[in-house]
Design a protein around this ligand. Structure first.
Ligand code: 5AD
Ligand code: SF4
Length: 435
């Protein structure tokens, strides 16, 4: 028997890339590759990259720099760049790093086996098309191997919103939804393999239209699958949060009480300049409706500080909005100029201002996160156990609200979903006992 070749994939960026990396590994499995967790013994290295902020993109080049030595030692080693940097800078990558053999954009990774064969024959292989065919359908069926209790499932890709700061509409292309029957088949397959929680993914997941009743319709059909216990979805745009989805948060038991609903900023002037098509008040009203449907809903958000022309008063409006919402968790970023996006052409906020605003915003968000976490003490929550903790007999899982929860108890296994009483709160996790 021939030795399997080894594939090392390093994944950057969002959860959609995590899902894509899994699918790429599966596609390469058909070519005789098994995954390895170190680049040192790999026959092929694939970087699945992110282009959302400058720092994310720069990481790719410094990582590639590190592989120079490996490539010098082992000329047979093939190096590939996938994902959004590949899409945005394909040919430039090959120019800047001639040791790169293969570049594949996020819409073309079903062609990876052919590209790998081309690279093996000594040619450079580049594919950053937006092909007509559907990559998900071109991929082989997922292997039947057992897997962990949680999984991502991409249902929608791309975005038509064109927020003025964002590269996604350019790197991932126009909004496309996968048909509901395909998603349901993949979900049933995941459940057969041990998955109990599925997170539906899409850059604009609540714009999903692969089901005649939208994302809410898909969620309700998923909820009917025996053995699937929990459903989540991310990331959502406020304007696509329709009545059916709000209602699902109220009465669909398997839909978890956690929602990532980015607002980006709290000033109407800045929201307009960001091309968000909603006001701060509209967002707050939406939050109110969601909480009316599901009072214990934990909200999470994304924020950008130092967007071009943001004044101190604009920034204060962001702080006010955060105060009004009370987030369970949040991600905040300094605005990063992305070539080709409208905001990159505008007068920029000085870096020192951005740093200062980011610090103030994060201090507030951390306080809120801690407060909501501390409020869990004494409460009972569902926890889906995912892996062993550091201490003997300890297991760690995620609460319904996505907190990491540690429990010490004999007989707990991976994949168990149990009621847990929270007894302690630390900066990034909770501790509980079985209820
Ligand atoms: N600069 C800073 N943050 C950005 N994001 C998207 N584009 C940029 C940018 N140019 C943030 C947004 C988005 C999250 C995924 O990344 O907050 O919701
Ligand atoms: Fe980017 Fe999200 Fe705006 Fe689409 S909705 S342009 S993915 S920030």
């Amino acid at each position: 028997m021939t030795q399997p070749k080894k594939l090392f994939i390093k994944t950057y960026g969002c959860q959609m890339n995590v899902y894509d990396s899994e699918r790429m590994a599966e596609a390469m499995g058909g070519q005789g590759y098994v995954q390895t967790d170190s680049p040192d013994d790999a026959d092929m290295i694939l970087l699945n990259t992110c282009h959302i902020r400058e720092k994310a993109a720069e990481k790719v080049y410094s990582e590639l720099g590190r592989y120079k030595v490996l490539k010098a030692e082992r000329p047979d080693l093939k190096i590939g760049v996938a994902g959004c940097v590949a899409q945005a800078e394909g040919e430039e990558i090959m120019r800047r790093q001639p040791m790169v053999d293969l570049v594949v954009g996020p819409q073309s990774y079903h062609r990876l086996p052919e590209l790998e064969a081309k690279a093996r024959s000594g040619e450079k292989a580049l594919d950053t098309d937006f092909p007509e065919e559907d990559k998900f359908e071109r991929l082989q069926a997922r292997p039947k191997a057992k897997r962990g209790p949680t999984a991502f499932l991409t249902v929608q890709e791309g975005c038509d919103k064109f927020c003025a700061f964002c590269v996604v509409p350019y790197t991932r292309g126009a909004e496309v939804s996968r048909p509901a029957d395909r998603v349901l088949t993949e979900a049933r397959d995941l459940v057969e393999r041990g998955v109990r929680e599925i997170t539906l993914l899409g850059q604009n997941v609540n714009a999903y239209h692969g089901h005649d009743r939208g994302l809410a319709g898909l969620i309700r059909e998923l909820a009917a699958i025996d053995g699937l216990e929990r459903i989540r979805f991310t990331t959502s745009h406020p304007n696509d949060m329709d009545d059916a989805l709000i209602a699902a948060h109220g009465d669909c038991e398997k839909l978890m009480p956690y929602l990532h609903l980015p607002v980006q900023a709290g000033s109407d002037r800045i929201l307009k300049r960001m091309n968000r098509h909603h006001t701060a008040e509209a967002y707050l009203k939406l939050v109110e409706r969601l909480r009316a449907a599901r009072p214990d809903l934990h909200l999470s958000g994304d924020f950008i500080v130092g967007f071009p022309e943001e004044t101190e008063a604009d920034f204060q409006a962001t702080l006010d909005l955060v105060e009004a919402v009370q987030y369970g968790s949040a991600f905040s970023f300094k605005y990063s100029e992305r070539p080709g996006t409208p905001a990159a052409e505008r007068p920029q906020v000085p870096e020192a201002e951005k740093d200062d605003r980011l610090q103030r915003l994060q201090a507030l968000l951390v306080r809120q996160q801690r407060a909501l976490q501390d409020a869990m003490i004494g409460r009972e929550v569902g926890v889906l156990f995912e892996k062993a903790g550091r201490r003997p007999g300890q297991m760690v899982g995620k609460s319904d609200y996505l907190h990491a929860v540690y429990v010490e108890s004999d007989g707990l296994a991976r994949g168990d979903l149990r009621r847990v009483r929270i007894v302690e709160s630390s900066p990034n996790s909770l501790r509980g006992v079985l209820a």
